[in-house]
Structure formats: C-alpha cells, structure tokens
Write a protein that binds this ligand. Structure first.
Ligand code: 5GP
Length: 201
C-alpha cells in the first residue's frame, strides 16, 4: 500500500537511575525505524562509552564553538556538565524518514517541544526515590559525590513531569517496554505522520 510517512521525534526524559537508558537501548534494538540522536557533551567518557556512539565527547571550547555557530537545537547544563542536541543530526535523520530518539533532560525537552511541537514527550519515573538511590549505587559508574548530586537533581527533574505528554513508572523493564511500544504504535498512526493511500478498486 502506498503511503506518506513522516518521521517521529521521540523525546525521553527522567532522572538518572530511572532506567531510561535501558528502555532507550531496548527500543533501539527492537525497532529498526528508530535512530538515536547522539548528543554532544563536555562530560568525561565513562568506561564502555564510545565517542560518536554514546556521545560526541567535546572539550569546553569545542562545545562553545558549536553554541556560537548555532549548531544546537537545544543545549543545557545538567549535573554540572554541558549537553546539547545537534540540529543537523536530527534534521538528517528525520529527512531520511527515520524516527529519532532523544534522551535529554527536562530543560532540553522544553526547548525541543517549543522548536518542534509535533515531537512526542515521555517521562520515565522510578517507582520510588529509594529505588532511584539503589539503582544509582548499583550501576557503579559514578563517584559518591556524583550520585548525591544526581539524587538532589532528581526532585527538580520529577517536578517537570506534568509538562510531558506521557509518563511511564518504570517498575519492571518488561512492563515499561510494553507501555513504550504502545505509545510509539499509537503515535505512528496519527494522521499528521501517516497517510495511507488505498487502492480505488
Ligand atoms: P548522563 O551523564 O548520565 O549520560 O546524562 C545525564 C543527563 O543528561 C540525562 O538526564 C540525559 O538525559 C541528559 N542529556 C543527555 N544528552 C542531552 C542533550 O543533548 N541535551 C540535554 N538537555 N540533556 C541531555
């Protein structure tokens, strides 16, 4: 069946430790229409992270040059480091009719929603603050001071929840993935993104 399809920009936010990374990775693995928009950051590279795949790791000066050139669709200071979504990265993927996944904080989500109002916004909430603390400790990628900073920032991030279109309480990955799949499936059927052309006879 011929059709016209427009790519979807899916914005996912949630406090560190809510498990959004796992959900994003799984969505990208199982849904070939999605591409991840690789952000730029001044944060140091963690073990296992690859430049150009997880982030474009930049120096402060390099990041600022992109700001000055107007290369960012949005950028924000998160947990003391700068993060930004590259305009060109998103444009290229959407033009190729890909669905694009952004894993960004609430400041970034607000800017993207203002610039691209047909984006889909989803907030991933941990089932409790205790779970958040436990997850941050067990993932073991950050220093104690960094864990405390992220826990302190979680409350502010969660306060922004009502500004998102959808929320998922991430109790188990299976349940959350089922919800995320249904959000994506419904959003793909919007006539703003999908116009099927059925045969006349
Ligand atoms: P992490 O350092 O754990 O990879 O990410 C920290 C936070 O920065 C996460 O909440 C993540 O969603 C957010 N983040 C990652 N990339 C971007 C971006 O390009 N823009 C904004 N505003 N936030 C981002």
């Amino acid at each position: 069946m011929p059709y016209t399809r427009k790519g979807m920009l899916l914005v996912i936010s949630g406090p560190s430790g809510a498990g959004k990374g796992t959900l994003c990775t799984q969505l990208l693995q199982e849904d070939p229409r999605f591409e991840f928009s690789v952000s730029a950051t001044t944060r140091g590279r963690r073990e296992g992270e690859e430049n150009g795949k997880h982030y474009h790791f930049l120096s402060g000066d390099e990041f600022q040059r992109h700001v000055d050139n107007g290369d960012f669709l949005e950028c924000a200071l998160v947990h003391g480091n700068r993060y930004g979504t590259l305009r060109e990265e998103v444009r290229r993927l959407l033009e190729a009719e890909r669905d694009v996944l952004l894993d960004i904080d609430s400041q970034g989500a607000r800017s993207v929603a203002a610039a691209m109002p047909d984006c889909v916004t989803v907030f991933i909430l941990p089932p409790s603050y205790a779970t958040l603390r436990k997850r941050l400790h067990t993932r073991n990628t950050d220093q104690q001071s960094e864990i405390e900073r992220r826990l302190n920032n979680a409350k502010g991030e969660i306060d922004q929840l009502a500004k998102y279109q959808y929320v998922i309480v991430n109790d188990t990955v299976d349940k959350s993935m089922a919800l995320l799949r249904s959000i994506v499936a419904a959003e793909r059927q919007r006539t703003t993104r999908f116009i099927p052309d059925i045969p006349v006879e």
